[in-house]
Structure formats: C-alpha cells, structure tokens
Write a protein that binds this ligand. Sequence first.
Ligand code: MF3
Ligand code: CO
Ligand code: CO
Length: 386
Amino acid sequence: MRRRKARVAGVGSARAGSEKRVVALEGATLLRLLLFGFLFCRALYLSRPPAPALKSAAQLADLREAGRMAAAVLERLDREILPGVSTARLDAVARAFIEGELGATAAPLHYGGLTGGLLRGYAAGEALCAVAHASAHMVSRAVWGGKPLPVPPLCGFPASVCISINDVIAHGIPSEAAVLREGDLVNVDVTVRAASGAHGDTSKCWVVGAPPLDAPPSAGAGDAPAPDGLRRRRKLALVAREALWVGISAVRPGVTLGEVGAAIGQHIADAGYSSVIAFVGHGIGSRFHEAPAVRHAAGGPSAGVVLLSGMALTLEPMVNEGSPAVRIDADGWTARTLDGRDSAQWEHTIAVSADGAEVLTLRPGEVPPLISSRQRPRGGGPGVLT
Ligand code: MF3
Ligand code: CO
Ligand code: CO
C-alpha cells in the first residue's frame, strides 16, 4: 500500500526526487515479473496437464455413495420413459427423487453459470434464476421472434438433468415442449452431489416403446424382435453401451488414458460409427468436473496420463451415426450432430482399483454387455465382460 502511494506521487510530481523514481521503476519491474510468472505457469500447465487426484479411502467411500445415488435416479426413471411424456416431467421426477428421496442435490442445476457457485442450493437464488429466465424468454420473444437468447443464460444450466433426444449428442435442456414419441432415442444424464460433496455422474439410453437396452441377456429382451424403424436406433445405442464397457474393461493401474480412449474409439469405428471428441469424460470428486479430460478415441492432451489405483473418472462415449461434428444451439447448451443424424451415449463413474475398475454407478442387476473377443481390448481387461 505504501509503495503504491510513493509511486503515484513520483509519477504525478514534476519535481520527483531520485528516491521516488527508483520506487516507480521497482513497481514496473514487479509488474513485468508478475506477468512473466503468470505466462510461465500457464505454459507449464498447458504442457503438462495435471494428473488426476488420488482419492483417500474416505473420499472413495463418499464417491461410492454418490455413485449409488446417481444409479438409483436412472432406475427410478425407467418406468417414466413412455410416449407422450415431456422431458420437463422427467426432469421434475428426477429432481424430486434426488432432493426428496436421496437428500442430495442435482449438480447440473445452475452449473456453468456466472452466478452458479453463489446461488446453488438456495431457494432465493433459484427464484432469481426463474425470474431471469422468464424475462430472458420475454425479451427473446419480443426481439428475436421466439428464438432462444443467443448467449448462455447467466444462471447456468437451467435444469436438474440433461435429456438428449435423437440428434442431440448431449446437454439437452428438459422442456414442456419436448414430448417423447414412439421410437425416439433418449439419453438422460444424471449427476448427483451427495451431502458429503462427492459427485456421481451416469447416463443411459432408452428407445421409447422398445425393450430395455440394458436387460441381462438371460431375460431375452435383447433378442426380442423390434419393429424396423426402431432397429437402427437400437443398434446405435447398443454399440455406444458396448463402447463404454470396452473402455471400462481396459482400465487398470499402469494403463494410459490414451490406451483406454483408443480401445473405445476402435470399437466405435469397427461398428461403422464415429466417436465425438468435442466432448470428453473427466476426473470427478468433490468437484463435478476435475482433471483430466478423458478422450473417447486415441490421442489428446491427456493420452499420456497413467492410471493409478485410487483415481476416479467418468467414461461417457458419445457415438454418432454419421459425422462426429457438433453444433451448439442458440440456447448455449444443446449439442447436436452437425449432419442431423442420431447420436447415443452411456456414462459411468469409475474408480481405478488394484486390478481393474470399480464401477461406482453400476445399477443393481446391471450386467455388462457381451462383446466378442475380436472387439475386446488387448489384455482382456479385469474380466468384467463375459
Ligand atoms: N453430466 C454431464 C457430464 O457427463 C455434464 C452436464 S453439464 C450440464 O459431464 F451443465 F449440462 F449439466
Ligand atoms: Co460426465
Ligand atoms: Co454426465
């Protein structure tokens, strides 16, 4: 504080003494040093992305609990996915379940907004956001003829879950206007923040009106004949689910993220589809999104990260029927395929264990898909695939 005063005096005074000029010089040098330090740290950070944090036993226990909660939300939604149901209704069911039954919060609500950190969880904050959204909508109606505002809202993601239908790759916003129709390919992505602060992040697909895509093979549902129109979407969704499990089976200590990504990407390419690289999986813990970025294909900035027991991350391959190119709607969130063809995604939160992967968001009774040995990553994984 004192130094700053001296400098101001030195600059402003015509009869500045030599002592004052020295102080002013020091200030400029200090600024330059600070700038250099900042640029150096930034270059270091970019050249060596931070390794994922190792979780303590207590943190892993919290992540297990959060993972179980997120899995329970998807199970709760199973019976709601019916023709005629709006995605706003699915969002309301999920939110009521997360807050009422689980005593947790929905991490997507207000996520990424300027005010998100401050407002999250406070009723007043939510009321403020509701008013802000309503006014934004009125302004957009008046000025842009009903089109959503061309900037992401201040309040972040405006719902509790993401619901992505057909050509929507991810981050679809639930709405009253989006009503499920027979044959729609629907993904619901749930992220729960438990009271401990730990997160569980998971998603799955349904084809509306078709048998479940994740029923155990013994139930025979996977073999049930599907009407022609549903087959194409069913196959896309099943390959996306396999891609997730190919990735999970490649995870164990000593393996790099690049190897996991390559196994996922290869499975998707073998099926004739493309893997989206504009969006990635991520480390997870007391923050929703942590380092590193997990690419669902070979390469990428984190390809060299070596997995160690105690790391927690998500795998969430997005599989496009056609091109992997993405475009974002004017709402600032909804990510669609550029070519308008369909996209499917499944996600699990996993912890790297001593000899493989522990799937923290595994649903009770969920059985990994059967994948032929030709498609398995080299080494066969921890044996989660049968
Ligand atoms: N759940 C998504 C993920 O898998 C992220 C959603 S961010 C949101 O990482 F803001 F759109 F909710
Ligand atoms: Co995720
Ligand atoms: Co997610």
